[in-house]
Design a protein around this ligand. Structure first.
Ligand code: PMP
Ligand code: GLN
Length: 382
């Protein structure tokens, strides 16, 4: 046998896994990988057990439990005015990660180009590479992390098959506004190009800005896969339940991939989420305020440190410039901070093809206030 050549030679273990391991090894407060240190709603946990005992333990339909797809349809209609048919336009997936992978593989072919905006979430490019396509990296504009429309226009050509957007944006916390989506729609109007819109932080938007979904933009919705995650909304990142909303013809292709990828997603979780959505439709309405309090608490607690905090308008992440503290490049700094000061963070260069600045780290503030206070106390010593 010839030695195995990797299909993803540039890919190592993800930075999230690496930093969480390091946090564990050194007993550090883990503000690196994005997950809450508190429980999902108790009633939701009870519903999972209830559905297991009621016998909801075998394969559900390939596209997802009907009751859950109906709840999702009602939700996107209420929030975004979307007319999504649960039968033809909505698919439940094993996390947003699976939805992103299936969307990319359902339409991207070898030789195509896919545009991503850097810093970009780490799962996009490997999925594009596995499809045999090329990722075109366009940096977001500094310091606002908005889209550079000139560079996008210059990058588009007849090979561009897909543009991936993410709002609210991990890791910068920037958000796209309605005018951005208008501009995207007009920029793409003459191209045979789809949009993959990663909206997993849809319910975590601060300062009354509100979330702008492609589903609320009829011109974009026609050519878009919109991807969401229950993991973020219900403080249950380990459940890995997400969904994709896309017009019928796109969903048909999406399901061709999905049915041979995971086929479907854990049954009792789907039933429990369907019930909970119906019983507590107000849960997600309080989420922005819930996380804004955490953001503001963390900002205040970090005021007497030498980190310079960047504005975060959404998500549960916060970027910080540490150049007043250290000259180390961000990966080394993150390692040092974890080992020596027992606070783990994410080096932001991991989200870039070509990092413009190596003195920025990402904090996750989806934590109890005591956890944030304890971390800030350690960081004030730097
Ligand atoms: N997209 C972004 C921007 C994310 O931050 C995450 C984080 N976990 C995902 C997708 C994946 O979501 P899931 O855990 O539901 O697969
Ligand atoms: N989305 C999470 C983050 O940005 C990580 C998810 C993962 O570890 N794959 O931290």
């Amino acid at each position: 046998m010839q030695p195995l050549t990797s299909k993803l030679p540039g890919v190592g273990t993800t930075i999230f896994t690496t930093m969480s391991h390091l946090a564990e090894e050194f007993g550090a407060i883990n503000l690196s990988q994005g997950f809450p240190d508190f429980q999902p709603p108790a009633q939701l946990l009870d519903l999972v057990t209830e559905h297991m005992h009621r016998g909801h333990n075998q394969y559900p339909p390939m596209a997802g439990v009907e009751a859950l797809r109906e709840q999702i349809a009602a939700k996107v209609a209420a929030l975004y005015g979307a007319d999504a048919d649960p039968v033809t336009d909505i698919t439940v997936t094993s996390g947003a990660t699976e939805a992103l992978f299936c969307a990319i593989h359902s339409i991207v072919r070898a030789g195509d180009e896919v545009v991503v905006f850097d810093p970009a979430y780490d799962s996009y490019e490997p999925a594009v590479t596995l499809a045999g396509a090329k990722t075109i990296h366009i940096p977001l504009r500094s310091p606002s992390f908005g889209i550079d429309w000139g560079r996008l226009t210059a990058a588009l050509n007849e090979r561009t098959r897909l543009v991936i957007i993410n709002t609210p944006h991990n890791p910068t916390g920037s958000v796209l506004l309605r005018e951005d989506l208008d501009r995207l729609a007009s920029t793409l109007s003459t191209y045979d190009c789809y949009v993959l819109s990663d909206e997993v932080y849809e319910h975590i938007v601060f300062d009354d800005l509100g979330h702008t979904s492609v589903l609320a933009h009829p011109e974009l919705a026609e050519r878009s896969f919109a991807v969401f995650s229950f993991g973020k909304t219900y403080h249950a990142t380990g459940w890995k339940v997400g969904y994709c909303v896309a017009p019928g013809p796109l969903t048909a292709e999406f399901r061709r991939v999905h049915q041979f990828n995971t086929f479907t997603t854990v049954t009792p979780l789907q039933f429990a989420l369907a019930d909970y959505l119906q019983r507590c439709p107000e849960h997600h309405l309080g989420l922005s305020d819930f996380y804004q309090r955490k953001r503001d608490y963390f900002l205040e607690a970090m005021r007497d440190t030498r980190f310079v905090m960047k504005p975060s308008r959404g998500t549960y992440f916060q970027l910080a410039d540490y150049s007043e503290i250290s000259d180390l490049p961000d990966e080394k700094f993150a390692r040092w901070l974890t080992e020596a000061h027992k606070v783990a963070v994410i080096p932001v260069s991991a989200f870039y093809d070509e990092p413009p600045d190596r003195r920025i780290v990402r904090f996750c503030f989806a934590k109890e206030l005591e956890t944030l206070e304890e971390a800030a106390q350690r960081l004030r010593a730097l």
